[in-house]
Design a protein around this ligand. Structure first.
Ligand SMILES: *[C@@H]1O[C@H](CO)[C@@H](O)[C@H](O)[C@H]1NC(C)=O
Ligand SMILES: *[C@@H]1O[C@H](CO)[C@@H](O)[C@H](O)[C@H]1NC(C)=O
Length: 199
């Protein structure tokens, strides 16, 4: 009985000590959950209609540097774009979405862009979802690789890369068709709805 009482008193002191030592400390601002391998990989393939001339261009210059006019690589030029994405190379094929963002000529030696693009999907189960890419795009290369840095909707937790190449160019209308293939690692069902697990 004496031992039991001693144990109870010990526990009371211990909890008293713990509550005093925690006084003034705030709760951690983050919580962690172990989810495991709740991932999937998707391949996406489509075409971007890049129209720089004609009556309805989908890309415009917004700024340039003092050097841009005399630079063979248009160094310092910044352009904003909102291009149509189609399922096939034909501009009249099914609409997939839009690609919106900025390209900056950021290489003094060759034509190379620092890109910041959001692929905004507007059809089917992907309607409203986005994938963002940021990276270096050396336009003179036959194929260009850019990193996928994130996404929303069906593409939450996206990482991966895109491979792009110029499919065709019509000088008369300044219309380039760019072929894109994406390999994207995204969340499985549990990760995609992770907010519910922290309620
Ligand atoms: C381009 O170079 C020419 C000749 O050197 C010079 O007169 C002109 O001011 C330069 N223009 C720009 C935008 O730097
Ligand atoms: C995509 O979603 C928007 C907003 O919910 C809706 O107005 C539009 O009709 C949808 N488009 C397709 C092709 O499902």
């Amino acid at each position: 009985m004496a031992n039991l009482n001693a144990g109870v008193i010990c526990m009371i002191f211990l909890s008293l000590f713990l509550s005093i030592s925690n006084a003034g400390k705030s709760l951690p601002f983050y919580k962690t959950k172990v989810i495991g391998a709740d991932l999937k990989v998707s391949k996406l393939h489509f075409y971007v209609q890049d129209i720089a001339g004609g009556d309805n261009p989908t890309v415009y210059e917004v700024a340039r540097a003092s050097i841009t006019g005399n630079s063979t690589v248009r160094f310092g030029q910044v352009k904003v774009m909102d291009h149509l994405i189609t399922s096939e190379a034909d501009q009249a094929s099914a609409v997939v979405g839009r690609v919106q963002g900025l390209i900056t000529s950021a290489d003094l030696g060759v034509m190379g862009f620092a890109t910041n693009l959001n692929f905004y999907f507007t059809t089917g189960e992907y309607n409203g979802s986005t994938i963002s890419i940021v990276g270096r795009n050396e336009i003179g290369q036959a194929t260009r690789e850019l990193p996928v840095v994130g996404g929303t909707g069906l593409f939450r937790f996206a990482t991966g890369y895109s491979i792009s190449s110029t499919y065709s160019y019509d000088a008369a209308t300044s219309h380039s068709i760019i072929e894109y293939t994406f390999y994207v690692k995204t969340a499985g069902a549990r990760l995609k709805n992770i907010e519910h697990e922290f309620l």
